[in-house]
Design a protein around this ligand. Structure first.
Ligand SMILES: NC(=O)c1ccc[n+]([C@@H]2O[C@H](COP(=O)([O-])OP(=O)(O)OC[C@H]3O[C@@H](n4cnc5c(N)ncnc54)[C@H](OP(=O)(O)O)[C@@H]3O)[C@@H](O)[C@H]2O)c1
Length: 331
């Protein structure tokens, strides 16, 4: 049987585990041209909130990026046993009509799970936001919120390699210790322990902010605006503090004008053509130990709702994944 996590109803407020129900269905039979994937790693991402609020159909498994192995193939282009990633779903097996949208994973580049973490969407997001939009320079101050997370943890390290002084914020003392001790940031403050984000910034960015990699929006973004240096750059990657409810506005937006600053929003969907140049580059940085990347892997399909809701609340260090079956490259 195929255990699936279905979206049962739309949220009226915060995302809670009771929005999802488990369901058992027969493992699908591939027809001519189809491919059946046994899922191994399922992704949990903040952007799913918006899809759950208004896009994903009710009664269906939640569609996410996943890494799996081809269990059965009725398509000559896809051999059984091939490791792939694609837009699959929160379920143990996904039928892929015509094998469309699958990408073979190159296990020589890194662990296969990294195809949906550092060598996939979160990694490319950090790369584009940091190096193309933020363009940190030696001596500048680079600040990233959600610094212990999937995207932020890499953004800060890329800025450090570019020579900037790197400051992060994260939601617990353990996360901040990880960011400084393991990831090599110059400083990190606990945004839940300071009286305001502005206080944390005043303490750790005394010379202002030259580049802000924004994962959070809201009060954090506004506090940064008040501390921008001339010609500062803001890469607007995410606004997680506003995904449920509404942001309170940006009273300090005038600083953009005063400081001749630039704020650029971006979506990773516009940059996927950069993966071929990004993958070998990132893989080498990891292999040579110049970048550290952590995955926070929960076990079993039963843990998916908790893993997702927990990540939104901040219980992850690194990229939150759920392993739902054996990884043949590690077992
Ligand atoms: N533009 C794009 O194409 C793109 C692509 C990927 C991701 N994103 C965005 O990038 C951001 C980070 O995504 P991710 O996958 O790397 O997730 P993540 O940082 O691994 O996990 C989400 C984190 O958000 C933090 N958080 C939750 N609510 C918060 C709040 N009210 N204030 C401050 N922090 C809060 C929590 O960390 P703490 O406990 O440390 O606060 C939580 O661990 C998200 O906004 C996401 O939507 C954008």
């Amino acid at each position: 049987m195929n255990t699936r996590v279905l979206l049962a109803r739309r949220p009226q407020g915060p995302i809670t585990t009771d929005l999802f129900v488990f369901d058992q269905a027969p493992v699908p039979e591939p027809g001519p041209g189809d491919v059946l994937v046994r899922n191994i790693y399922l992704s949990c991402d903040p952007y799913l909130v918006g899809r759950i609020q208004s896009v994903f159909p009710l009664g269906e498994p939640v569609a996410v990026r996943a890494v799996g192995v081809i269990a059965r193939s009725e398509n000559p282009a896809w051999l059984e046993g091939t490791i792939v990633w694609g837009f699959l779903a929160w379920e143990e097996y996904t039928l892929v009509p015509g094998g469309r949208g699958l990408t073979a994973v190159d296990p020589t580049l890194g662990p296969i799970s990294s195809a949906i973490s550092v060598l996939g969407m979160p990694g490319l997001t950090a790369y584009v936001g940091t190096l193309e939009l933020g363009q940190p320079k030696p001596g500048e101050t680079f600040y990233v919120s959600s610094a212990a997370g999937a995207v932020g943890s890499l953004a800060g390290q890329l800025a450090r390699l570019a020579g900037a002084r790197v400051v992060g914020s994260a939601g617990s003392p353990a996360k901040c210790a990880h960011v400084i001790d393991k990831l090599g940031f110059d400083a990190c403050f606990d945004h839940r322990a300071v009286s305001s984000v502005g206080e944390g910034l005043d303490q750790h960015c005394p010379e202002g902010v030259d580049v802000y990699f924004d994962n959070v929006g809201g009060e954090t973004l506004d506090a940064v605006l008040a501390r921008l240096n001339p010609h500062a750059r803001i890469a607007v990657c995410g606004q997680i503090s506003t995904y449920v409810g509404q942001g309170a506005g940006l009273p300090n937006i005038m600083a953009m004008l005063r400081q001749r600053a630039t704020m650029t929003g971006f979506s990773i969907y516009d940059h996927t053509h950069k993966l071929p140049e990004f993958l070998p580059w990132m893989s080498r940085l990891l292999r040579e130990g110049n970048v550290v990347y952590v995955e926070d892997v929960r076990e079993g399909i039963d843990s998916v709702p908790d893993a997702f809701v927990g990540m939104l609340a901040g219980d992850n260090i690194g990229k939150r994944l759920v392993r739902v079956s054996d990884d043949p490259t590690t077992s």
